[in-house]
Design a protein around this ligand. Sequence first.
Ligand SMILES: Cc1ncc(COP(=O)(O)O)c(C=O)c1O
Length: 453
Amino acid sequence: MSGVIQLVTEVPGPNSRALLARRAQAVPRGVPAVTPIAIVGAEGAVVTDADGNRLIDFGGGIGVVNTGHRHPSVVDAVRHQLDRFAHVCFPVSTYEPYVDLAERLNRITPGAHSKRTFLVNSGAEAVENAVKVARAFTGRQAVVCFEHGFHGRTNLAMALTSKVNPYKKGFGPFAPEIYRIPFPYCYRCAQAGPRDSGSAGECCMASRSRLEQIVASTVDADSVAAIIMELELGEGGFVPAPREYVTALAEFARDHGIVFIADEIQTGVGRTGKLFASEHYGVVPDIIITAKSLAGGLPLAAVTGRADILEAAQVGGLGGTYGGNPLACAAALAVLDVMESQQIPLVAARMGERIRLRFCQWAGRHPCIGDVRGLGAMIGMELVRDPASKTPDKALTSSLLTAALQRGVILLSAGTYGNVVRVLAPLNTPPEILDEGLDAVEQALEAVAASRS
Ligand SMILES: Cc1ncc(COP(=O)(O)O)c(C=O)c1O
């Protein structure tokens, strides 16, 4: 039976290689080329490269096309808006798609309290602005963040980001008043004993007294404006925080008057099998930040939170020339319609089960798969030299990604040690295309594992 993958040249082919050569002369190397292919078209979960090869996209533009490439409703909404106007600048003249989207996000994010939303262009910008409003509201300056966390590449977002190379090396000085605490990464927790993530058991960092201790050893809790957390680490390696830890942390924040910011830039908009990962934890963050899949491929990010917190910034303190661009707002409204009408979070949960099952089957045969974990369709597998030492195997991970690409699947890695394979395929990828992609990844895994032993 023929599938959607169609390879007419080696990957990368000559046209991809030629464009990448031009790119190397025109664009600095600091902007990475994670895959060596050039794309000329994309539809649903399938992309076409410059040589006419058709590949399955398990990267989704790094988690941006949860509703698939060029979803017809999103394309129509953007076209419709483009026929009216593309830009007037929201701080200058008000337009309805921005207000509609703010109302919608205020309604669908966890918590029935009064909320406000404002829009910016990128995840990093949302991070910066969430911290700004938390500081304005509390009159405090310190921000607590996590080891393995990723929050973007602007100055404050970079300071909040954990991994030094490549994100921070040589780019200091960093924003002050940032305090980093351990993330509950159970698979690599020295105190976890035989427990691996996903199994039953208490998180050793989840008790209130332990949290007080951890924070007190780095900063005075009563000087902290905000705690910012990814409930499941994205770039840090698809590590979901244990529920009991998040519950304890949210209580700790509340009792110390600290604004709890959930960075849902990668976890949000259906990825984890709920519209927002916070819903898995039963916590109501004071602020939720979203970006990536919010506008299905157009640049847009949102800061949504308690009205009293968001109203703390003075007039003119928030905003920007492009923030909440009308085309992006129209796209986001269409994305949220699709999420609702096609029950995409539910579809994502089912898709996640399918991926988890395959990863677990592979783990049964390949001891190099040390851990399989994640919420909903945000599933990753961590590759190690051997299960006892858990030494990260970055080389094997990158060989696997290359082998998958050569078989027609775009696959991405993550993790502080570069050894986690993650799937960020569109959530509405048809099961037969998902299976075809997983089959290709399985063949790639068999090939790299065989060449290793
Ligand atoms: C959790 C998280 N926060 C923030 C960001 C930064 O977003 P952007 O690249 O749009 O600035 C990312 C991007 O990967 C992310 O995954």
